[in-house]
Ligand binder design. Structure first.
Ligand code: SF4
Length: 164
């Protein structure tokens, strides 16, 4: 199924917990450090978004938002101001509620909003089938907590799109 981003901003609203950003004043690029993988991506603000990028209003309501996330004042949609050069992690994900990383910080899978797993990692898929898929009906926060507890018990790191 083709994924169409609705620009709700949810997935980028807590990404400062993953990415720290450092500007290179020499050439106007920014280094995005991934706290989990140790990877560094060099990004540049899209030329047509420089004006929007300078507006830091978004951090009043979303203090954990990615350094590059902004809201379009015209229509309220969320915009990545470095879309053209955004990191691989951002290119690959679609809507998720939990991002599952291996012990080494590599992406193992995503738990989507509808509580299903998207993963090509066999061990994680098997764990999902045996321990998680049949969890009893819980409300969303309780379900997330239980899934995180199980995954962390097997050595995975889990990032949530919700505030801690
Ligand atoms: S770089 Fe863009 S896509 Fe990636 S987290 Fe930041 S705003 Fe979202």
């Amino acid at each position: 199924m083709v994924f169409f981003c609705q620009q709700c901003g949810e997935c980028c609203s807590h990404m400062s917990r993953i990415f720290t950003v450092e500007e290179d004043p020499q050439d106007g690029t920014y280094a995005m450090h991934n706290a989990y993988t140790g990877e560094i991506d060099h990004v540049r603000v899209d030329p047509e978004k420089i004006g929007l990028f300078k507006d830091r209003e978004i951090f009043r309501s979303l203090p954990e938002a990615c350094f590059f996330l902004r809201r379009d004042p015209e229509n309220g949609l969320f915009i990545c101001t470095v879309h053209g050069t955004r990191p691989e992690l951002c290119r690959e994900f679609s809507c998720w509620r939990l991002l599952v990383l291996t012990e080494r910080g590599e992406r193992a899978g995503r738990v989507m909003g509808s509580r299903h797993l998207a993963s090509e990692e066999r061990a994680l898929s098997e764990l999902w089938e045996s321990r998680i898929r049949a969890l009893p009906l819980l409300d969303d926060p309780s379900w997330d907590r239980e899934v995180i507890r199980i995954l962390e018990g097997y050595g995975y790191k889990v990032i949530t799109d919700r505030a801690p």
